[in-house]
Design a protein around this ligand. Structure first.
Ligand SMILES: Nc1ncnc2c1ncn2[C@@H]1O[C@H](COP(=O)(O)OP(=O)(O)O)[C@@H](O)[C@H]1O
Ligand SMILES: [Mg+2]
Length: 330
């Protein structure tokens, strides 16, 4: 039996379809990620799966239990780490765990027996008796990750687990998430708008935008699907369009994007394509002013499906970028 299974799961808010007939399943033991921009419907999906929000239509099952009709059974089997940190700053790490465990009806003795190994798991054993308000953002996240393990859930839901953390701390959290998955055998469902995070952590990724699933696959297969091989980005002076056409015809490259004189193509073998590109440029009297070869990222996958980046404002030449530049100049 799949640990998570949904069929055409849908949530509408006053006519706005936040989650639109989403169908997917997650295997036991997987790290499965929802990747999409802000407003894609990630949190709304998590809320329905964790019984906090009723679906408008469609079904969802956790370990075979219906999230609507068997909500209590579902709650017993899941843990949720919401986007905002919910710890008591005036309590110590140990007290926070005690407090949370008691909410779940566990006995004080049971909780106390579990605390050392849980804190050890995320490198917080030495800080068991420090007040949480003295913790860094990363330490708080780590405490939250093990807090939800107290009642031994089969699956934990992490909503944007590293938002607002610096890159180094983010990496550490990734390692701890992997440790929980490997050493405790807990299935992980996470949401993120960081493509690197999805790429690094997830066995499979569901790409979501405007409440709709665009694709579900392993990170590698998602990247393989969009193009043959490497991505080459270049800037040329003059005759951009003609040059691009010639590239497609004579070098077997595929044009992905063409914006004024910036051309993005995919080529089966980047390093060979470079030679042909320069040869062709010479022939047509075009000057290549900059060029780079890289492997495709999940950002490219997202652009392939939607025509825009996950974090639109960060894509040079994007509509959002132009809009902001214009606003700044006014
Ligand atoms: N309680 C609500 N009432 C009305 N609209 C909502 C509510 N919650 C979320 N939305 C809308 O649903 C869409 C999806 O939101 P959300 O699931 O929070 O996206 P994400 O977590 O991917 O950023 C957004 O357009 C958001 O404004
Ligand atoms: Mg969200």
């Amino acid at each position: 039996m799949k640990i998570i299974e949904t069929h055409e799961l849908t949530k509408e808010f006053n006519g706005l379809v936040a989650v639109d007939k989403v169908t997917f399943s997650v295997e036991r033991g997987e790290i499965f990620g929802f990747l999409g921009p802000n407003g894609a419907g990630k949190t709304t999906t998590i809320k329905m799966l964790t019984t906090l929000l009723l679906p408008t239509s469609g079904t969802a099952y956790i370990s075979g239990f219906d999230v609507v009709r068997e909500a209590a059974q579902v709650r017993r089997r899941i843990g949720l780490v919401p986007q905002r940190i919910v710890l008591e700053g005036d309590l110590t790490a140990r007290e926070n765990l005690l407090f949370h465990g008691m909410l779940y009806g566990l006995s004080r003795r049971d909780i106390e027996a579990k605390i050392p190994e849980l804190l050890e798991l995320v490198g917080l054993k030495e800080r068991a008796d420090s007040k949480v308000r003295t913790f860094s953002g990363g330490m708080k996240r780590r405490l939250e990750l093990v807090k939800v393990l107290l009642h031994e859930p089969e699956v934990i839901f992490l909503d944007e687990p590293t938002v607002g953390l610096d890159p180094q701390t983010r990496r550490k959290i990734w390692e701890y998430i992997q440790i929980l998955n490997r050493e405790r055998g807990v299935t992980i469902f996470l949401t993120t708008h960081y493509m690197e995070e999805a790429d690094y952590l997830c066995n499979r990724i569901c790409i979501i935008d405007h409440g709709k699933i665009l694709d579900i696959d392993t990170p590698q297969r998602l990247k393989d699907k969009i193009g043959e091989g490497d991505i080459i980005e270049m800037e040329v002076s003059g005759k951009g369009e003609k040059f691009a056409q010639a590239l497609e015809k004579e070098c077997g490259c595929q044009i992905k994007k063409m914006e004024e004189n910036r051309i993005t193509i995919t080529a089966r073998r980047g390093e060979y394509a470079l030679k042909e590109i320069f040869f062709l440029a010479d022939k047509l009297g075009v000057e290549v002013t900059s060029i780079s070869v890289r492997e495709p990222t999940l950002e490219d996958v997202f652009i392939h499906y939607t025509g825009r980046g996950i974090r639109e404002e960060l894509v040079p030449g994007s509509g959002m970028m132009k809009y902001l530049t214009r606003r700044l100049k006014q």
